[in-house]
Write a protein that binds this ligand. Structure first.
Ligand code: MOS
Length: 731
């Protein structure tokens, strides 16, 4: 087949759904008009561990508008069949209102259903819950760790002993919360044994499976609808207890029920990026070539489930190191379960590794980029596979040039601007784009329009737009002629919208479906005596703006409309799928980047201000440059938050999160964000997938925190090994 002309892919288009969003016509989970809906407000446990000894609902039930209060004492027993899917974690998932146990502060202990939101809110405040409280354990540094996940190659201890230079460093990283603009919400409605939910989720299929197993109803009896997501960053990767509460209450009330989490409830009702302690030892020769590293990693998890993320990979594959040992321990605490958050694992690992590399460079008086180049591995040393594409060197070169790295003076406190000490820092970035099976269905109508459907989500990166671009080029249609539909479990199944895999997995399935349709149409034309293309070679035909023609001879051809009409076809249809790279055993696939930043640190007050930032990325082909740019800026802003502001604080006396709101949990605002720029290297990774993409959304948060910490050192001579970097730490 002739390659199709690429008109839409690679073009910096605006969002196809932009108008819907800015005019308020895009509907989010809580905004659907569902007839007869009533409101539910969850009552959260006010102890950190223990049990409920009594629930007095009399005042609440006497309040006008309150219809019912449901709690473990009167809730129906739910089947909660096993479900190893849906991003459930190893362990035993929280079962809402099934017993009297309180496992963490904020756990749902009751729900008040009322005719209005206000009545439900006030009703919730009138429910009196009595507890038998025990001392919760919520401090990562105090609690006992579980069995480690380990990795080793060579002899790391011997390697460290034999190293000319050795450093032992401990890094601490705060717990972070996702804080999307849209809070999580669910509307649930039962029609007999059939359940429909409008739910904020990054994975309609995951929520569908979870609800089907919790209530023990057939999978196809559950429909999950979610066309728009107002940000998520990972908080929607799993079906959370409040969604079960909504469905449970709807079944009890025999009416649709809506639950909207408050901002405060987002801090214990969904997940979070766990806090870490990362002890890194690193040995090198005098020229900075790594001989050995050891990684002792402790991370929090809940008492009832074990959360693991890809914190170990970077230490295995990023730098050439003959001897590596790692132990990753999950520390069970009396908290709700963590979940992935943007750049999961890598955003934490890179803070430790990339900060340590900067320390090593400084100690050996080697330029930080040069040190990294000396440790570039020829292949993936964790599995001895060649890289598919690894253009990290180019990220350094382009970044150094565009940022002006030659102005970096390795001597700390060398530059000043009034009260401000000025420093430059850089760090490398890597992310492992996940890869899972995906499906899509495409339909070309007789009027020359097309529709593609997949059960994907769009939490903000612009899935509607980028998938339309892929479909438009594969079908040979204009953007305007193609509609991409997502966010409905009735559509073909896709993996979670996360892990930087939507473009690769859903995009490849979409491409497959659209390629099949184009080929069907071409076959039809060349075998149709009435077609001007009759007898032409199928492989010579391309389609452009809905018109099939012989490559290089645009006069000989016809439109899809004429072809389908003459053949009395209402449409052509095809299913597409993607099941991973052609040969996953042959290559190692990663996205790469290099982050450069200049900070100012107020010499008297310890305030850190990022003055400018540049990220240079090797992410394969960029399908949608304008949206990818937006992803990078957003990710870097997230990294600035991780570096300088974001810190979930728990009162260890009772397990309460004390800053569960946007006044106490700080995220960057416009005034925190100076000149910020992203560059994507032009190119493609055709080993990875037929689109040549490697994933954009996660890597852009990776490396930012270490680049900032390294710049803070360059400005002040102070090594801060704890996130966030606060003014107190610099005084
Ligand atoms: Mo991403 S942390 O998988 O939403």
């Amino acid at each position: 087949m002739s390659p199709q002309p690429q008109a839409a892919v690679g073009a910096p288009l605006s969002r196809v759904d932009g108008r819907l969003k800015v005019t308020g016509k895009a509907r989010y989970a809580a905004e659907f008009d569902v007839d007869g809906v009533v409101h539910a407000v969850i009552v959260d446990a006010s102890i950190g561990r223990g049990r409920v000894t009594g629930v007095d609902t009399r005042d609440a039930e006497a309040h006008p508008g309150v219809l019912r209060v449901i709690h473990h004492g009167n809730a129906p027993k739910l089947p909660y069949r096993d479900n190893p899917g849906s991003n459930n974690l190893p362990g035993r998932r929280l079962r809402v209102f099934q017993d009297d146990k309180v496992l963490f502060h904020g756990q749902p202990v009751a729900v008040v259903v009322a005719t209005t939101l206000e009545a439900a809110q006030h009703g919730a405040s009138l429910v009196k819950v009595r507890y038998e409280a025990k001392q919760p354990s919520t401090d990562l540094t105090e609690a006992k760790a579980g069995e480690p996940t380990e990795y080793a190659r060579g002899d790391a201890e011997a390697g460290l002993r034999d190293s000319a230079v050795r450093m032992d460093l401990t890094y601490r990283m705060a717990r972070n919360h996702h804080n999307p603009m849209e809070t999580h919400a669910t509307i649930a409605r039962w029609d007999g044994n059939k359940l429909t939910v409008w739910d904020k989720t990054q994975w309609v299929v995951g929520t569908q499976t979870e609800l089907s197993t919790v209530f023990d109803v057939p999978l196809d009896s559950v429909r999950v609808i979610n066309p728009f997501v107002g940000g998520a960053f990972g908080s929607g990767l799993r079906c959370w207890p409040h969604t079960v509460v909504a469905a449970l209450a709807a079944r009890e009330m025999k009416r649709p029920v809506k639950v909207v989490l408050t901002r405060k409830q987002m801090y214990f009702g969904t997940g979070f990026r766990p806090s870490y302690e990362y002890r890194l030892s690193l040995g090198s020769d005098r020229r900075g070539r790594l001989k050995a590293t050891t990684h002792e990693i402790d991370a929090e998890t809940s008492s009832y489930e074990t959360f693991e993320e890809a914190i170990m990979l970077a230490g295995q594959m990023f730098y050439s190191t003959p001897n590596v040992s790692q132990a990753y321990r999950k520390v069970p605490l009396d908290v709700n379960s963590p979940i992935w958050m943007r750049g999961p694992g890598f955003a934490n690992a890179s803070f430790a590794i990339e900060s340590a590399m900067d320390e090593l460079a400084h100690r050996l008086r080697i330029d930080p980029i040069e040190l990294r180049l000396r440790n570039e591995p020829a292949e993936d040393e964790s599995n001895n596979l060649p890289w598919s594409t690894r253009r990290l060197r180019e990220c350094y070169t382009v970044g150094a040039r565009e940022f002006g790295w030659h102005r970096h003076n390795p001597k700390p406190r060398a530059r000043r601007d009034g009260d401000w000490l000025i420093g430059l820092g850089m760090a490398a970035a890597v992310y492992d784009p996940n890869n899972m099976e995906a499906h899509a269905r495409a339909r070309l109508n007789a009027d020359g329009t097309a529709v593609v459907e997949a059960a994907a989500s769009d939490m903000g990166p612009g899935t509607y737009t980028s998938q339309t671009q892929v479909a438009a080029d594969a079908l040979g249609l204009t953007m305007r002629a193609v509609t991409f539909r997502l966010g409905d479990s009735l559509y073909p199944q896709t993996p979670p919208h996360g892990g930087s895999m939507t473009m690769m997995c859903v995009g490849s399935a979409n491409l497959d479906a659209c390629n099949k349709i184009r080929r069907q149409a071409i076959e039809l034309a060349v075998e149709d005596e009435a077609s001007p293309l009759y007898g032409a070679k199928a492989e010579d035909i391309v389609v452009r703006s809905g018109r099939l023609h012989v490559r290089g001879n645009p006069a000989r051809g016809e439109t899809y409309q004429r072809l389908l009409a003459r053949n009395k076809l209402t449409h052509l249809e095809a299913d597409g799928s993607w099941s991973g790279p052609q040969d996953p055993e042959r290559h190692s696939y990663y996205s790469y980047g290099a982050v450069f930043t200049e900070v100012g640190v107020d010499a008297a007050l310890g305030l850190v201000r990022v003055r400018r930032m540049l990220g240079v990325y090797d992410c394969g082909r960029i399908v949608s440059p304008k949206l990818a740019d937006s992803q990078a800026l957003g990710g870097m802003v997230g990294g600035i938050g991780q570096a300088l502001l974001e810190h979930t604080v728990t009162d260890h006396r009772d397990g309460r999160i004390v800053n569960a709101d946007l006044a106490g949990y700080l995220v960057p605002v416009n005034a925190d964000i100076p000149e910020i720029k992203a560059i994507y290297l032009e190119g493609e990774d055709m080993q990875a997938d037929p689109l040549g993409v490697k994933g954009v959304g996660e890597i852009v948060q990776v490396g930012v925190a270490s680049a900032i910490a390294n710049a803070v050192f360059n400005a002040t001579g102070r090594r801060i090994r704890e996130l966030p970097i606060t003014a107190e730490a610099l005084l």
